[in-house]
Write a protein that binds this ligand. Structure first.
Ligand SMILES: Nc1ncnc2c1ncn2[C@@H]1O[C@H](COP(=O)(O)OP(=O)(O)O)[C@@H](O)[C@H]1O
Ligand SMILES: [Mg+2]
Length: 313
């Protein structure tokens, strides 16, 4: 297919007896921002490392830009930008020198490299810090430098592995906006994260990963539409007994009732006026309640319904 950028077919990667990636398949089309969403340890980084031939694997086929990927496929590698989870910059080089160095791995022409370095600094908001050394930078700036080093050569495919973990909201927003702009400029993006809000906000399509498997894929809207869950009602209810929980469970359209500290979480699978029926029940049974909120399904609900556990850690 002409517009397929990445094709991973039935990838298996084991670390001794631990199956980190388990028959995982993924197709990414040109122009997509593909979100790879999964909890810590689900196999995202391992998949990316295999995709880039940084790691050998046990089974499966990987092709990028329609050609088989291999450790020596330099024509493919030249067109890929990588921003890995662990910041990898040279501590003895300044911000500007770092970007120029990494850009120089792909771009030989000196003038062009200088121009690209300048543009990457500008793009990542690092121009004011060009003569600083990485050790002097805050966490957010260091992440931005890591990104600038990965994208300066203007790659067609850019892979971000959890680029916003443990950074301030301002840097985070700058990074997400930067990724959108790279995508508007034509780059295909693979973005891994365990933050569902972020993936939902940024990505045109989402693949949910758990225990090395591709457990669901689609747009945020189509994933949610496939759910049984239509509404989750949260009620502060400090005083309750098993009878209350059972009674609430038996209300029409309620399919799951969970206790969470002072509150109960009630999941409904459709219907109208669910809240009214639930409140009526509490009033009829003389059960004093506090704050009531209702929420539409989230990607966490998608994950919960598929895997039986919460995505949040
Ligand atoms: N170098 C390694 N050696 C052994 N096991 C590893 C190594 N890297 C990752 N793993 C294991 O592989 C699984 C997937 O890890 P990883 O790909 O890092 O997940 P994620 O990036 O989604 O957090 C985990 O069980 C992890 O403990
Ligand atoms: Mg990881």
């Amino acid at each position: 297919m002409g517009d397929t950028v990445v094709n991973i077919n039935q990838l298996v990667k084991r670390y001794r007896e631990n199956v980190a990636v388990d028959h995982f398949s993924l197709e990414v089309k040109k122009g997509e921002i593909l979100g790879l969403l999964g909890p810590n340890g689900s196999g995202k980084t391992t998949t990316i490392s295999c995709l880039l031939s940084l790691l050998s694997y046990d089974k499966g086929e990987i092709s990028i830009f329609g050609k088989p990927m291999s450790p020596t496929a330099y024509d493919i590698k030249n067109k890929i930008g990588i921003v890995m989870q662990n910041v990898a910059v040279v501590n003895t080089l300044t911000v500007e020198e770092n970007i120029s160095f990494f850009c120089g791995l792909y771009v030989r022409d000196r003038l062009l490299r200088k121009q690209y370095t300048e543009e990457a600094m500008e793009f990542c908001g690092l121009t004011d810090y060009r003569r600083q050394f990485p050790k002097k930078l805050s966490g957010g700036l260091l992440r931005r430098l890591n990104i600038a080093c990965g994208i300066a050569h203007k790659p067609e495919l850019i892979i971000f592995d959890e680029p916003t973990v443990a950074i301030d909201p301002q840097s985070r927003n700058a990074i997400l906006e930067g990724i959108r702009e790279m995508n508007r400029n034509g780059a295909t993006i693979i973005y891994t994260s365990h933050y569902m809000e972020e993936v939902e906000e940024l990505c045109s399509r989402i693949v949910i990963m758990d225990h090395g498997k591709n457990v669901a894929e689609g747009t945020a809207a189509s994933l949610k539409a496939s759910l049984r869950n239509r509404e989750t009602i949260c009620i502060e209810l400090p005083v309750r007994d098993p009878e209350t929980i059972r009674g609430l469970s038996e209300i029409n359209h309620v399919y799951d009732v969970r206790e969470d500290k002072d509150s109960i979480l009630i999941r409904c699978d459709g219907g109208e006026h669910n809240l009214v029926h639930i409140i009526n029940y509490l009033v009829e049974h003389n059960l004093p309640f506090g704050r009531v909120t209702t929420a539409l399904p989230t990607l966490n609900d998608v994950f919960l319904e598929i895997t039986g556990k919460e995505l949040r850690d």
